[in-house]
Design a protein around this ligand. Structure first.
Ligand code: GLU
Length: 316
């Protein structure tokens, strides 16, 4: 997928909705190690698309924690770089320009959340509600009338098309776009662009050649690959990594696992090399748990050593 001579570029793309926890640090570490082990560049992109939940203060803490951990990024965040700005909240004109190029394959949707749930939409096997296509058949006249009263969301028409790709860790994946996603929202009623569009737009614009992220996003990748194809953009390679799970909730580590937030860890006197060594051991990069810096771990990184199973960590 990548031109042979391209510079390897990876990225960490956190949402600044709280202080980082161990799970975020772990994703950052693996993305850093993967690209640095190839001599590449690592970009920090702040995914602050959601104006209600994102806070500038948290973006500052993300940088502070990454610095403290010795995870040095080359560009992005508050650092300059040739693809600035690195804050998604400042990139909406760019999303709008890309959106225009595929607008013919979208349609306005006036359904409210309650309508969506009430409609007898087919449910995906994992409980997601697929859009039933209610607004797909509205006439131009009806659309005009409804526009007067309500701002619509904009949905992308998904074809019955198989998308296949090979994940760097989980191997071959294949999905029928319409059956798996239904027609999904590209632009919300408040005019903000959906994550799926923004992430594709930005990874392409920032010349990202490899995406390394949690396996919770494995199922988003075919939709993103379809967007790359529609927009005529070069797609990166994808490697999804196992998640850190909370011993307390049995679920993916989250902000609720307060004892594993960077704030709590730093207050308890943990040091960066202990944290990095512990994570490296848990994911299979080190045979024993021992302190090590992120930099010293670079030559030891090998995707084939990584565990595919999610990893439980002790959380209070
Ligand atoms: N901003 C997303 C998150 O924090 C990550 C997106 C990605 O890595 O593609 O979950």
């Amino acid at each position: 997928m990548n031109p042979q001579n391209a510079i390897h570029r990876g990225r960490f793309a956190p949402s600044p909705t709280g202080r980082m926890h161990l799970g975020n640090v772990y994703c950052a570490l693996l993305s850093y190690l993967s690209v640095k082990s190839k001599g590449g560049e690592w970009v920090l992109r702040i995914e602050d698309l959601d104006p209600q939940r994102s806070k500038q203060e948290y973006a500052r803490w993300i940088e502070d924690d990454l610095q403290w951990l010795g995870l040095d990024w080359d560009e992005g965040g508050s650092k300059s770089g040739q693809y600035a700005p690195y804050y998604q909240s400042q990139r909406s004109d760019y999303y709008a320009s890309l959106f225009k190029t595929i607008e013919a394959q979208t349609y306005p949707c006036f359904c409210r959340r309650a309508d969506l749930l009430a409609a007898s939409a087919p449910h995906a096997s994992d409980g997601r509600v697929l859009y039933a296509g209610t607004c797909k058949i509205l006439s131009a006249e009806e659309i005009k009338e409804r526009m007067k009263k309500q701002n619509p969301a904009i949905r992308l028409q998904m074809p019955h098309q198989m998308v296949a790709f090979t994940d760097g860790l989980y191997g071959d994946q294949c999905v029928d776009l319409q059956a798996f996603y239904g027609d999904f929202v590209l632009r919300r009623t408040d005019g903000t662009y959906a994550y799926q569009l923004a992430v594709v737009a930005d990874d392409a614009a920032m010349h990202i050649t490899e995406v390394v992220r949690g396996n919770d996003l494995l199922s988003s990748t075919p939709a993103q690959l379809y967007l790359y194809q529609l927009l005529g953009l070069q797609a990166p390679t994808f490697t999804h990594v196992p998640l850190l799970m909370s011993s307390k909730s049995g679920e993916r580590l989250s902000k609720r696992d307060g004892s594993l937030s960077m704030e709590a860890l730093r207050q308890r006197g943990a040091n960066p090399e202990q944290i990095i060594g512990m994570l490296a051991h848990k994911v299979g990069l080190l045979p024993h748990e021992e302190p090590i810096s992120a930099k010293d771990l670079i030559p030891l990184y090998n995707v084939n050593k990584l565990s595919k199973d999610n990893i439980t960590v002790y959380s209070e």
